[in-house]
Structures are given as structure tokens and as C-alpha cells.
Design a protein around this ligand. Structure first.
Ligand code: UDP
Length: 260
């Protein structure tokens, strides 16, 4: 039996009509669907389907810090645990958290921290557990975005949401939101996160080969995509509260009926 190489690189990443192989325009995001309140036992949670990525985030806190020596007397701490399930990728992935997962956990915590008021929670921790169930490129950005949503769902005071997306270059063309195969075969990959209260970049990584002059074009490309992602996050949160409001009204109506 021949060995099936699922991720064999195609000869070209663009169709004759200029679109990408999955039918997207250069500046088009993959389909994104988000939900909140998906984990019953967490203080807050969220789920995202972003192209073929499927990712959960669950938030606990503020709560006691374990191990105790990590606690800070003057502020709370944010701990992020990004994990990719062993079945989330085609290649064999070791079940134990590797260096990549530790690095991604750290950069997600660093870029989320500015939006939190950790100074209000001395001696405690907020913990964000991120589980990637299916991975197809851009999981650190999708995870950052869904983690922010889970924190908001938990009612953690935040200066704003933050959103993240990767932009990059494939065969010399600038594209937004690289899929797994585009990420691996592309010339450059630039994950970016933005904190909306001050519109500052809180994550900027770079992998590949890129002219410094191209940076502004990449930032412009990312900004439009980030605005779209932010709107999806806001809509999801808004619909949670509209639903809650409708349920409360319905309950009140029922109670009134019962009184008569
Ligand atoms: N990937 C994989 N095996 C691994 C790690 C990553 O197949 O052990 C794939 C996965 O689809 C991931 C993509 O490679 O989304 C790109 O990984 P990268 O480290 O660039 O992070 P990401 O783009 O997901 O933020």
C-alpha cells in the first residue's frame, strides 16, 4: 500500500481565476463560527470553528493560585494552557505538551494580559485552558481570539476584547488567514493580535522571508480582517445577552400568569 501523504504540496496555490485553492480571495477569511457558554463547569467558555480549526477555551478565576509560590502579592496572574489534541493533526503528535505548546501558551498569555485588570486581583489567578480538537493553520490566532471571548463570557473585567489573525505571503502574493497547507508552504507567516481599547498590536510574530517595506501592507491587510473577527466576537456576546433578556421576560410573563 502506498503511504498517503495528506499534506502533499500542490504545484500552485492559486487558481486560474486568481482565487486561492479553497476558493477564497487573497483578503478573505475562512468561515468563522463562534459560540460562548459551551463548557458547563467553567466560569466562562467559548468555541470556535475557523475553517477546519475546532477550538475550545475554558476560563476559571479569579481563584487561588496553585502552586502557591506563583502567586503575586500585588496583582493577579494569568495562566494559559494551549494544547493540541493528539488527534488534531495528521502527523503523529506526542500527547505530552511540547515546546511549541508551551511557547504558544506563553505568547497568548502575554498578548491577553494588557486587556485585563490584574492589579485588582492580588494573590489570585485566572486560568485559560485551550484545547485544539482539529488543527489546520492559524491555531495560535484562533486560540487567542476564542480565549478573549471565553474571558468575556466569564464576566472578567476587560479593557476590551482582542482579536488575532495571521497574514502571510505565498508565491509572492499577500494573503490573509493562511490555512495549514498555505502556512507550511508559504514564504512568510505573520500572526498579529490587536487590543481594541487602544488599537495596539499585542502580538506580532514572524516566520519566513519578507521585505521590511512590505510590513505596512501586511498590517493593513490584517487590520481589515481583524475588524471582521472583532465584529463576530461582539455579535456572539451580544446574542448571549439578548437571549438571556428574552428568557427573563418570558419567565416574568409566566410568573404573572401564575399570579392571576
Ligand atoms: N501542525 C501539525 N503538527 C504539529 C504542529 C502543527 O500538523 O505538531 C500543523 C497544524 O495544522 C497547525 C499548523 O501546522 O495549525 C501550523 O502550525 P504553527 O506552529 O505555525 O502554528 P499555528 O499556525 O497553528 O498558529
Amino acid at each position: 500500500m502506498p503511504l498517503i501523504i495528506k499534506d502533499e504540496y500542490p504545484e500552485t496555490f492559486f487558481r486560474k481565476d486568481g482565487k486561492r485553492l479553497d476558493g477564497r480571495d487573497l483578503n478573505e477569511l475562512r468561515p468563522i463560527k463562534m459560540e460562548v457558554g459551551v463548557v458547563e463547569n467553567a466560569d466562562g467558555s467559548a468555541y470556535v470553528e475557523w475553517g477546519n480549526n475546532k477550538i475550545y477555551a475554558a476560563v476559571y478565576g479569579p481563584r487561588e493560585v496553585h502552586p502557591h509560590h506563583l502567586a503575586k502579592p500585588d496583582k493577579g496572574i494569568l495562566r494559559v494552557f494551549y494544547r493540541m489534541a493528539t488527534f488534531s493533526v495528521f502527523d503523529r503528535k506526542r500527547p505530552a505538551p511540547g515546546r511549541r505548546e508551551k511557547e504558544i501558551s506563553m505568547i497568548i498569555a502575554d498578548c491577553i494580559e494588557p486587556v485585563l485588570f490584574l492589579e485588582l486581583y492580588p494573590g489570585t489567578s485566572f486560568e485559560v485552558f485551550i484545547e485544539v480538537m482539529d488543527a489546520d493553520g492559524g491555531t495560535r490566532c484562533a486560540s487567542t481570539t476564542v480565549a478573549a471571548l471565553a474571558l468575556a463570557d466569564a464576566g472578567v473585567p476587560m479593557r476590551s476584547l482582542l482579536s488575532a489573525v495571521a497574514v502571510g505571503k505565498i508565491n509572492g502574493k499577500k494573503v490573509v488567514d493562511l490555512s495549514g497547507i498555505e502556512d507550511k508552504a508559504g514564504d512568510a507567516d505573520l500572526p498579529i493580535a490587536i487590543t481594541w481599547y487602544n488599537e495596539e498590536i499585542s502580538l506580532l510574530q514572524f516566520d519566513g522571508d519578507m521585505d521590511l517595506n512590505e510590513m505596512n501592507d501586511f498590517l493593513d491587510l490584517a487590520k481589515d480582517a481583524l475588524k471582521e473577527i472583532h465584529q463576530i466576537q461582539l455579535n456572539v456576546l451580544k446574542s448571549k445577552y439578548v437571549k438571556l433578556q428574552d428568557e427573563t421576560k418570558e419567565k416574568q410573563k409566566e410568573e404573572k400568569k401564575g399570579d392571576k
